[in-house]
Design a protein around this ligand. Structure first.
Ligand SMILES: *C/C=C(C)/C=C/C=C(C)/C=C/C1=C(C)CCCC1(C)C
Length: 256
């Protein structure tokens, strides 16, 4: 356990150091809202990462993998955000395309969290894992091809949207939804419901951003960056905290 904590801290420090060393080259004006939103979400993501890795030791072993994955998600996004912020500070803008580089890893991991919290409290078929993984990878990959103009942007959007709707079907009424309903584990069912709400309501800003940013071209990247930076407090940090809270409740119930 000690070793794991050490590993978490060391890796986080190693990622952060090169950026501190570069600080003399990139100054961020304190009244730059876009830049500050990158800065604030980076601090939030780093804190969340450290928190999830430390708390992992305090929960029932069944929940540990879910907390590890929650920490990996915020950790990956943290690294990517430091990078995008540097691009933004040196160029005055940062293309949304950079975000797909963390989405291709973090978004599938977030969908897999549904599988992991279900597995923490009951047996779930492995096929569910593969469905969530392939649906989410397809969604981000095809949309990336659209945004990077390798395929028409409307085609990338349509297939991506289809994949998202499939994922929603899966967590509401498909295998995952049915498994959650049958589990009878209250903390898990509550967490599952809140996460599903986030994936349905808050995640809708991404396809909207795609429509306004790439299809109608009516919103610029700076505005989109602010919106996405704020959204990630819910989509990545609160998402993990919901799992942490359920894990703590389950752990307390079992030790009683
Ligand atoms: C932390 C990053 C997250 C939660 C990213 C989520 C991204 C999406 C839900 C993206 C959805 C999209 C569609 C539904 C249609 C096609 C375009 C996308 C990829 C923006």
């Amino acid at each position: 356990m000690k070793r794991l904590k050490l590993l978490a801290f060391t890796s986080v420090t190693l990622f952060a150091l090169p950026n501190i060393a570069n600080a003399d080259m990139n100054f961020l004006p304190p009244d730059d809202i876009v830049g500050i939103s990158f800065w604030v979400i980076s601090m939030g993501l780093l804190s969340a990462t450290v928190f999830f890795f430390i708390e992992r030791g305090s929960v029932n072993p069944n929940w540990r993998t879910a907390l590890t994955v929650a920490g990996i998600i915020t950790g990956i996004a943290f690294v990517n955000y430091l990078y995008i912020r540097n691009v933004y500070v040196s160029q005055g803008e940062a293309t949304i395309l950079y975000r797909y580089i963390d989405w291709i890893i973090t978004m599938p991991l977030q969908m897999i969290l549904f599988y992991l919290i279900l597995s923490a409290v009951r047996k779930v078929p492995k096929s569910l894992f593969w469905k969530l993984l392939s649906g989410s990878v397809l969604m981000v990959l095809v949309a990336y091809l659209g945004v990077s103009e390798n395929i028409p942007s409307i085609v990338g959007f349509t297939i991506g949207l289809g994949a998202w709707i499939y994922l929603l079907y899966e967590i509401f009424s498909g295998e995952a939804g049915r498994a959650a309903a049958r589990s009878g584990n209250k903390p898990m069912v509550n967490a599952y419901g809140s996460m599903r709400m986030i994936v349905t309501v808050v995640w809708a800003i991404y396809p909207l951003g795609y429509v306004f940013g790439y299809i109608t071209n009516s919103v610029d990247d700076n505005l989109l960056n602010i919106v996405y930076n704020i959204a990630d407090f819910i989509n990545k940090i609160a998402f993990g905290l919901i799992i942490w809270a359920a894990a703590m409740q389950n752990t307390a119930q079992r030790s009683r």
